[in-house]
Design a protein around this ligand. Structure first.
Ligand SMILES: O=C(O)CCC(=O)C(=O)O
Ligand SMILES: [Fe+2]
Length: 201
């Protein structure tokens, strides 16, 4: 398939095996839309008109499963974004957010967009705004489709990080190589008194 995720990549269509070897019960079409030079050209047969922000679009397709309690549509995580704009296309709910250690199902109003705060906003605001841990569940009879528009800082912002302290680059690398597990990537990247806390997680 033309849009299939290539080995050692995470953009394209499909599901990426994370380090625990499990797949999510859903497929993604994942593509960086801006900046233009970071677009993977095989995913863009006809380039859409330029967008102002650095952004990634993800289309999530969750097929129904007769035993939804046994599978996870999308494992708990927080997004590697400033904000994520979520458009639930076919009126089937499935998003849950974690508040005070409790999972709360989110009922998204028809034609409304849901906005999730991401890790980069938490980092930029020194945790004044905290990213939301969320997951997607599966419906037993209906498929579910959502489009996530992931808005991040300008990718060139990475060049502000000096070679001795390339945290942003590392953050993205570890986000995509570690398994999705709540907000552990943010914890993993935290620095206290100039020391990385890496090793505890
Ligand atoms: O499908 C959903 O409701 C959530 C999607 C999501 O969390 C993501 O694409 O990062
Ligand atoms: Fe997400």
């Amino acid at each position: 398939m033309k849009y299939k995720i290539k080995p050692d990549d995470f953009e394209g269509y499909g599901s990426v095996v994370r380090s625990d070897g499990k797949l999510d019960w859903g497929d993604k079409l994942y593509m960086t839309t801006n900046p233009i030079h970071m677009r993977e050209s095989h995913l863009f047969p006809e380039l859409p008109s330029p967008l102002r922000w650095d952004a990634i679009s993800v289309v999530n397709y969750y097929p129904p499963c007769s035993k939804p309690e046994l599978v996870m549509g999308l494992a708990p995580h927080s997004d590697a974004t400033v904000i994520t704009i979520l458009n639930q296309l076919n009126g089937v709910d499935g998003l849950h957010i974690k508040k005070d250690s409790v999972w709360i199902p989110v009922s998204i109003l028809p034609e409304a967009l849901a906005i999730n705060l991401g890790d980069i906003l938490e980092i930029m605001s020194n945790a004044l705004y905290q990213s939301v841990e969320h997951r997607a569940s599966i419906n037993s009879v209906k498929e579910r489709i959502s489009i996530a528009f992931l808005v991040g800082p300008n990718f060139d912002a990475r060049s502000l990080i000096n070679p001795e302290n390339p945290r942003t680059e590392e953050y993205f690398k570890s986000f995509f190589s570690r398994k999705l597990k709540g907000k552990t990537n943010l914890e993993y990247m935290k620095i206290e008194n100039g020391e990385s806390l890496h090793h505890n997680i």
